[in-house]
Design a protein around this ligand. Structure first.
Ligand code: LLP
Length: 417
């Protein structure tokens, strides 16, 4: 049987000849390592999802906002969504033009709306109350709106964003009032959007959501686009050979729904999808160092420098990430892998069977590229990690420096005279 130590990264040739221990030594840990080839492959998977001609893949920057990463996504011909002026600012820095950005707002100030009006970026409103405010600011303008089609899905209740329990979207029962407000301010509704939630592995759930939003779309004349949202899942349990999302099957079904809708609507409108995780998760491994091994009562712990300030998903959603251990151990043992933050919830992996570790070993947390760095923090005054990119030719380049003490203190103002 192949050793599990490096099984997944060997299969994908993730390090392309680079030794993860040497990368850890050169750049320090924790370290987010990205693979450009895999990133480009994922962009192309989704770009080629459907045969319908007017199709836009809007990468969801919230999953990973590294500038070099966005530059690659831009080169691959994807568009983007933005959740804030900050994201739009970064996207424009990466080379996206305003018309390639779709701003999806949620409970925002008029100043924030004005930023997008000034930059000619189409925005989507999330309530009648926000539509009214937008109308006051930009009468006669173009607008999109997020609807709740009633179908939700996701890996955790915190990330289900449609259905009965969520704060997102406008319920279809309010469409008459919605139309009144459009009329009052002479607004042109150019598109509607939804996002059912994050991480589905069953494409049929997404298609169900697509059909629901298209029923809503039929109630508006002359739309330019309908955006189905993101949520495309990736297999986090690769060591257990978890199956991939069948995007070929999904693509076929989606294409049919799109062509059918266009025929009925009488116009080949644009359809958009908004994947974040699918594009960004699998092209990254988070490297860390084991600093201690200890037995506390029933648990054996490997203490590493990967605290939840660096990767919060396991602590926040009980998410599973496979772990590799870059040593030559043949033996395995059951161990709990933890970080260096002063909270008991600072656990990366519970009771996992892993190659036997010793102090100084380098480990890799797999599929760390989505909601990894982008949700990292300076909690415990820890420095956020560096990020490096393995180029297609195997060269490694630094794309984000590790924080310094100066970064930690730059906005602080002392009151001591
Ligand atoms: N569009 C909208 C409006 C969204 O709110 C999201 C994600 C996406 C697209 C992209 O979803 P994706 O394709 O990445 O599933 N932090 C959580 C995930 C939160 C997702 C929030 N919204 C996690 O680490 O699992």
């Amino acid at each position: 049987m192949a050793k599990i130590n490096t099984k997944v990264t060997d299969q994908t040739d993730f390090f392309q000849g680079n030794d993860p221990k040497a990368l850890a030594e050169k750049y320090g840990t924790p370290l987010y390592v990205y693979n450009e080839r895999i990133l480009r492959e994922r962009c192309r998977d989704i770009k080629n999802l459907v045969t319908y001609p007017n199709f836009s893949v809007n990468y969801s920057t919230k999953a990973n906002n590294n500038l070099a990463f966005l530059e690659i996504v831009q080169e691959e011909g994807l568009n983007v969504d933005a959740m804030s002026p900050g994201e739009a600012h970064l996207e424009m820095m990466a080379g996206f033009r305003p018309e390639q950005i779709f701003y999806i707002s949620n409970n925002v100030s008029k100043d924030e709306m004005q930023y997008f009006i000034d930059h000619n970026i189409i925005m989507s409103v999330d309530s009648l109350s926000q539509l009214e405010q937008y109308g006051q600011l930009n009468p006669g303008g173009k607008i999109a709106a997020r609807f709740n089609g009633g179908v939700g899905a996701g890996h955790h209740e915190k990330v289900v964003t449609a259905g009965k329990k969520t704060k997102f979207g406008i319920n279809p029962e309010y469409i008459p009032e919605f139309k009144e407000i459009l009329k009052k301010y002479a607004l042109k509704l150019v598109g509607i959007n939804q996002h059912i939630g994050s991480l589905f592995m069953d494409g049929d759930k997404y298609i169900e959501g697509v059909k629901a939003i298209l029923e809503i779309a039929k109630q508006f004349d002359d739309l330019e686009f309908v955006d189905f949202g993101g949520g495309f899942g990736i297999p986090y349990k690769k060591l257990e050979d978890q199956a991939r999302l069948d995007i070929a099957d999904m693509g076929e079904k989606l294409s049919k729904v799109m062509f059918d809708f266009a025929e009925e609507y009488g116009k080949q409108i644009t359809f958009k999808v908004e994947p974040g995780r699918y594009i960004s998760a699998e092209c990254s491994v988070l490297l860390g160092t084991v600093h201690s091994i200890k037995q506390n009562n029933i648990h054996k712990f490997a203490g590493t420098d990967i605290g939840f300030n660096v990767l919060i998903r396991p602590a926040m959603y009980d998410s599973h990430h496979d772990i590799e251990v870059y040593n030559n151990a043949d033996e395995t043992e059951e161990i709990t892998v933890v970080g260096n933050i002063c909270e008991s919830g600072d656990i990366i992996a519970h009771d996992r069977v892993l190659p036997k570790m010793t102090e100084g070993d380098v480990i890799g947390v797999l599929d760390a590229g989505a909601y990894g760095y982008s949700m990292s923090s300076n909690y415990n005054c820890r420095l956020r990690p560096a990020e490096v990119l393995i180029r297609e030719n195997g060269d490694v380049v630094l794309t984000r420096k590790r924080d310094t003490f100066e970064d930690l203190t730059r906005n602080l103002i002392s009151i001591k005279k």
